[in-house]
Ligand binder design. Structure first.
Ligand code: AMP
Length: 214
């Protein structure tokens, strides 16, 4: 079953996606990672979206939908969609994409987290720009084994430009205004499951296992 994660920023989507990818072979498609890859490569598209992403604003539906479609057309196994849809228009577009690519089987998982927990996760987040793995310096179970070095590929870790307190607050508000209505959209389609993402990531993972193993 394919999964779509909807959550406020820094709810732990990346961490749980890694666990699902490792344990179940899911392909993790993160639209934020796709954009960061473009920005780091210095491509024309990357330069076009850099400022928008750094400010915590959403890039245009057309740009992100095209990037996503290219990625979805390549998938060979079950996938996790992390970061899309970000608004109701994108949810509607996704329906059309799923129909055109013949993807009928999916479940939407809402990772519910308080603003307080999400803030702590955002401000402690450090990532590997090479393999995309995420760590957190404020949570022992999520810290890298060696300070600031990726366990996976040995690369130096860094913070995301958009993970400042000010930008986080802005992104969180944007989530409430623009993304949260997507939950009702999927509730109406009877596709929505909710998981308490204030829990440690291994417990969140256990709860998701119960959903995908039915
Ligand atoms: P994320 O890693 O999902 O938090 O995404 C990082 C940033 O990429 C967001 O703050 C947006 O600027 C941009 N972004 C990611 N996904 C989308 C999307 N579906 N629509 C518009 N912008 C997006």
């Amino acid at each position: 079953m394919n999964l779509i994660f909807i959550a406020p920023p820094a709810a732990g989507k990346g961490t749980v996606s890694s666990l699902l990818a490792t344990n179940y072979g899911y392909q993790h498609i993160s639209t934020g990672d796709l954009l960061r890859k473009e920005i780091n490569s210095g491509s024309e598209l990357g330069m076009q979206v850099q400022e928008i992403v750094n400010q915590g604003d959403l890039v245009s539906d057309d740009i992100i939908t095209e990037l996503l479609m290219k990625e979805l057309a390549k998938v060979k196994s079950g996938f996790i969609l992390d970061g899309y849809p970000r608004n109701v228009e994108q949810a509607e577009k996704l329906n059309t994409i799923f129909t055109s690519l013949n993807i009928p089987d999916y479940r939407v998982i809402y990772l519910a987290v308080t603003e307080e927990v999400a803030t702590k996760r955002a401000l402690g987040r450090i990532i590997c720009n090479k393999c995309g793995r995420t760590y957190n310096k404020y949570f022992t179970e999520l810290a890298p084994k060696v300070t600031n070095i990726c366990d996976n590929c040995g690369n130096a870790l860094s913070t995301r430009n958009e993970d400042t307190e000010e930008t986080f607050k802005y992104r969180y508000q944007k989530y409430l205004d623009v993304t949260a209505p997507v939950l009702q959209y999927y509730q109406d389609l009877d596709k929505l499951s909710t998981v308490d993402a204030n829990q440690p990531s291994d417990q969140v993972f256990e709860d998701i296992k119960k959903i995908i193993e039915v």
